[in-house]
Design a protein around this ligand. Sequence first.
Ligand SMILES: [Zn+2]
Length: 140
Amino acid sequence: MARNIGADGRTVYRAVITQTNRVGQQWTEREGPYSKLGAARARVTFWRNYWARHDGTAEGHVEQAHTVWAPVGEAADPIAAARAAGLREAADAIEAQLRAEGYTLDCVCESCTPCLLRDYPTMFRARADAIHPATEEQEQ
Ligand SMILES: [Zn+2]
């Protein structure tokens, strides 16, 4: 079954688990990514309980990452999220400034300041979505 883990902009989680067996051998494994923090935490708990029953120990913690996907063979843009956020901030700032100056954004004259400027926030947001889709509600 397909799992939609880590769509662009989503935070994903992994469990980092250090296990020690009954003869003292120790190793660290990473499990994930998982879309939910609880799923990664559950893996730490699983291994802690497993080794409690098998004369060893396990300790671990959970890490998070911000996902940026790209086709295989193409470089991912590591600052895509920041670039998109900057464009969204600019869009919000333009609209806020127009409102602060007393303009409404629903004029239809096509020649006043808001009519000339109001397309830019829309363009910026569309560009931001093309670079890095808006972050969806995070699941915990
Ligand atoms: Zn106008």
